[in-house]
Write a protein that binds this ligand. Structure first.
Ligand code: NI
Ligand code: MN
Length: 226
């Protein structure tokens, strides 16, 4: 059994029987987050790209917990300069079998600059295979046609940004769902701040009526069993 818990914005935690994986650990200054960086105890931290609302508290959590951080090569180097020693670099198109399962970095169309202005490489999407289930966290991205290729993997759960302005919005997310054809889709990266406010109920209705996926809206601290 795998449990996926929303922690607010694009931060999610995946718990398997043996491992806890924290994705995009933005908790401090996250208006949606109800847990604090000291409340989480991951053994892996996975980061989609360098922006502050994704890399978030990664340095503090990694140092305290000793969790291994997985991100692109440039972000892993930057984290090393911040004193994070336990890390594993990957890059776009590359997959690796970790103790928790397989993770492949996929393309995302966005930026990846780090909070201090350092170069953060290219942004990524995250395609996990854990206990036979495929979970796709799109990171921050606009709609792109190659989502069809990612969908060929057979996605169980897709986590898609719907906030618009910085990423794809609700309408483009419907096209993304068509390309990815996931069984279930979870919206993220919306209602955190005014520029990305969206009516998530209207989005869920549109997903139900226009796609074959089941929309699953998770408030912070709500979980989905996968
Ligand atoms: Ni971003
Ligand atoms: Mn973002």
């Amino acid at each position: 059994m795998t449990t996926l818990t929303a922690l607010g914005h694009s931060c999610f935690q995946i718990e398997t029987g043996d491992h806890t994986i924290l994705i995009d650990p933005f908790l401090t200054d996250n208006p949606q987050a109800t847990v604090k960086p000291d409340d989480v105890n991951p053994d892996f931290i996975v980061i989609s790209h360098g922006h502050g609302d994704h890399i978030g508290d990664a340095v503090d959590i990694a140092k305290r917990s000793g969790a291994q951080v997985i991100a692109n090569f440039e972000i892993v180097n930057w984290l090393g300069n911040q004193g994070v020693e336990n890390s594993h670099p990957q890059h776009l198109g590359g997959g690796f079998t970790h103790p928790f399962g397989h993770l492949k970095l996929t393309i995302a169309h966005h930026g990846s600059g780090l909070p201090d202005g350092s170069y953060g490489g290219n942004p990524a999407g995250l395609l996990f295979t854990i206990e036979g289930k495929k979970i796709y966290h799109a990171g921050d991205t606009g709609l792109f046609y190659d989502m069809k290729l990612i969908g060929d993997a057979g996605i169980d759960v897709a986590l898609l940004p719907i906030g618009d302005n910085f990423t794809m919005g609700p309408e483009d997310s419907l096209k993304a769902i068509e390309f990815l054809s996931p069984k279930q889709v979870i919206p993220m990266h919306y209602n955190t701040w005014p520029p990305i406010e969206q009516n998530v109920d209207a989005w869920a209705e549109a997903v139900k009526s226009q796609t074959s996926a089941e929309p699953v809206v998770l408030a912070a601290n709500e979980s989905l069993e996968i």
